[in-house]
Design a protein around this ligand. Structure first.
Ligand code: ZN
Length: 126
Protein backbone atom coordinates (compact mmCIF):
# COMPACT_ATOMS: atom_id res chain seq x y z
CA UNK A 1 0.00 0.00 0.00
CA UNK A 2 2.84 2.36 0.84
CA UNK A 3 4.61 1.63 -2.47
CA UNK A 4 1.43 2.27 -4.35
CA UNK A 5 0.94 5.67 -2.77
CA UNK A 6 4.52 6.64 -3.57
CA UNK A 7 4.11 5.55 -7.19
CA UNK A 8 1.17 7.79 -7.77
CA UNK A 9 2.73 10.60 -5.83
CA UNK A 10 -0.31 11.40 -3.78
CA UNK A 11 -1.40 10.50 -0.33
CA UNK A 12 -4.13 7.98 0.25
CA UNK A 13 -6.99 9.49 2.17
CA UNK A 14 -6.97 8.32 5.75
CA UNK A 15 -9.97 6.49 7.10
CA UNK A 16 -12.12 8.75 9.25
CA UNK A 17 -11.66 7.87 12.91
CA UNK A 18 -14.45 6.01 14.67
CA UNK A 19 -16.35 7.82 17.41
CA UNK A 20 -14.58 7.20 20.73
CA UNK A 21 -17.69 5.90 22.41
CA UNK A 22 -18.17 2.96 20.01
CA UNK A 23 -17.38 -0.53 21.28
CA UNK A 24 -14.39 -2.30 19.77
CA UNK A 25 -16.44 -4.91 17.92
CA UNK A 26 -18.12 -2.16 15.89
CA UNK A 27 -14.94 -0.17 15.28
CA UNK A 28 -13.27 -3.31 13.96
CA UNK A 29 -16.26 -4.90 12.27
CA UNK A 30 -17.99 -2.06 10.47
CA UNK A 31 -15.07 -1.02 8.21
CA UNK A 32 -14.76 -4.63 6.99
CA UNK A 33 -18.20 -4.56 5.37
CA UNK A 34 -18.53 -3.85 1.67
CA UNK A 35 -20.36 -0.80 0.32
CA UNK A 36 -23.67 -2.60 -0.13
CA UNK A 37 -23.71 -3.80 3.46
CA UNK A 38 -22.54 -0.44 4.80
CA UNK A 39 -25.43 1.30 3.04
CA UNK A 40 -27.83 -1.37 4.32
CA UNK A 41 -26.40 -0.86 7.80
CA UNK A 42 -26.87 2.90 7.52
CA UNK A 43 -30.50 2.45 6.61
CA UNK A 44 -31.01 -0.14 9.33
CA UNK A 45 -29.56 2.23 11.92
CA UNK A 46 -32.00 4.94 10.81
CA UNK A 47 -34.88 2.48 11.11
CA UNK A 48 -33.72 1.33 14.54
CA UNK A 49 -33.49 4.90 15.78
CA UNK A 50 -36.99 5.59 14.55
CA UNK A 51 -38.30 2.38 16.11
CA UNK A 52 -36.77 3.30 19.46
CA UNK A 53 -38.68 6.56 19.54
CA UNK A 54 -41.94 4.85 18.80
CA UNK A 55 -42.98 3.83 22.26
CA UNK A 56 -46.76 3.58 22.43
CA UNK A 57 -48.70 4.30 25.61
CA UNK A 58 -49.62 0.62 25.89
CA UNK A 59 -45.91 -0.25 25.99
CA UNK A 60 -45.46 1.78 29.16
CA UNK A 61 -45.64 -0.33 32.27
CA UNK A 62 -45.55 1.26 35.68
CA UNK A 63 -44.72 -0.64 38.82
CA UNK A 64 -46.85 -1.30 41.87
CA UNK A 65 -47.40 1.86 43.81
CA UNK A 66 -46.76 4.03 40.79
CA UNK A 67 -49.27 6.17 39.00
CA UNK A 68 -49.04 6.95 35.30
CA UNK A 69 -50.12 10.52 34.65
CA UNK A 70 -49.51 11.12 30.94
CA UNK A 71 -47.71 9.60 27.96
CA UNK A 72 -46.95 11.76 24.94
CA UNK A 73 -45.01 10.98 21.81
CA UNK A 74 -42.06 13.18 20.91
CA UNK A 75 -39.08 13.11 18.58
CA UNK A 76 -36.94 11.92 21.51
CA UNK A 77 -39.21 9.09 22.57
CA UNK A 78 -42.27 8.79 24.76
CA UNK A 79 -42.52 11.57 27.32
CA UNK A 80 -43.89 9.94 30.44
CA UNK A 81 -45.08 11.72 33.54
CA UNK A 82 -45.59 9.49 36.56
CA UNK A 83 -45.85 9.58 40.33
CA UNK A 84 -43.85 7.09 42.29
CA UNK A 85 -43.54 5.44 45.65
CA UNK A 86 -40.19 5.45 47.45
CA UNK A 87 -40.87 2.16 49.18
CA UNK A 88 -40.31 3.39 52.75
CA UNK A 89 -42.93 1.88 55.02
CA UNK A 90 -43.45 5.01 57.08
CA UNK A 91 -43.66 7.41 54.12
CA UNK A 92 -46.83 9.22 53.11
CA UNK A 93 -46.57 7.57 49.68
CA UNK A 94 -47.57 4.27 51.31
CA UNK A 95 -50.90 5.90 52.12
CA UNK A 96 -51.43 6.97 48.53
CA UNK A 97 -49.69 10.34 48.57
CA UNK A 98 -47.18 9.52 45.88
CA UNK A 99 -44.01 11.47 45.09
CA UNK A 100 -43.76 13.52 41.96
CA UNK A 101 -44.90 13.84 39.32
CA UNK A 102 -41.60 13.19 37.58
CA UNK A 103 -40.76 13.32 33.91
CA UNK A 104 -39.04 10.56 31.94
CA UNK A 105 -38.08 10.01 28.31
CA UNK A 106 -38.74 6.39 27.45
CA UNK A 107 -37.03 4.76 24.47
CA UNK A 108 -36.49 1.21 23.36
CA UNK A 109 -33.16 -0.36 24.15
CA UNK A 110 -32.45 -3.99 23.39
CA UNK A 111 -35.64 -5.86 24.18
CA UNK A 112 -36.68 -3.48 26.90
CA UNK A 113 -37.34 0.15 27.61
CA UNK A 114 -34.84 2.72 28.73
CA UNK A 115 -36.24 5.26 31.23
CA UNK A 116 -34.28 8.46 31.29
CA UNK A 117 -35.13 10.58 34.33
CA UNK A 118 -35.68 14.23 33.48
CA UNK A 119 -36.59 15.63 36.87
CA UNK A 120 -39.68 16.72 38.72
CA UNK A 121 -42.55 18.29 36.84
CA UNK A 122 -43.17 21.72 38.24
CA UNK A 123 -45.88 22.93 35.86
CA UNK A 124 -49.39 22.02 36.84
CA UNK A 125 -50.76 19.33 34.61
CA UNK A 126 -54.02 19.98 32.85
ZN1 ZN B 1 -42.32 7.86 49.86
Amino acid sequence: MLKWTVLFGKKMPTRPPAPDSLPKYLVEGVPKQDDVDLRALQQWIDELLEYRQEVAPEDIDVGDGESLETVEESSEGAVVIKKVSCGKETCKCQRGQLHGPYKYIVRRRGDGLDWEYRGPVTDTLE
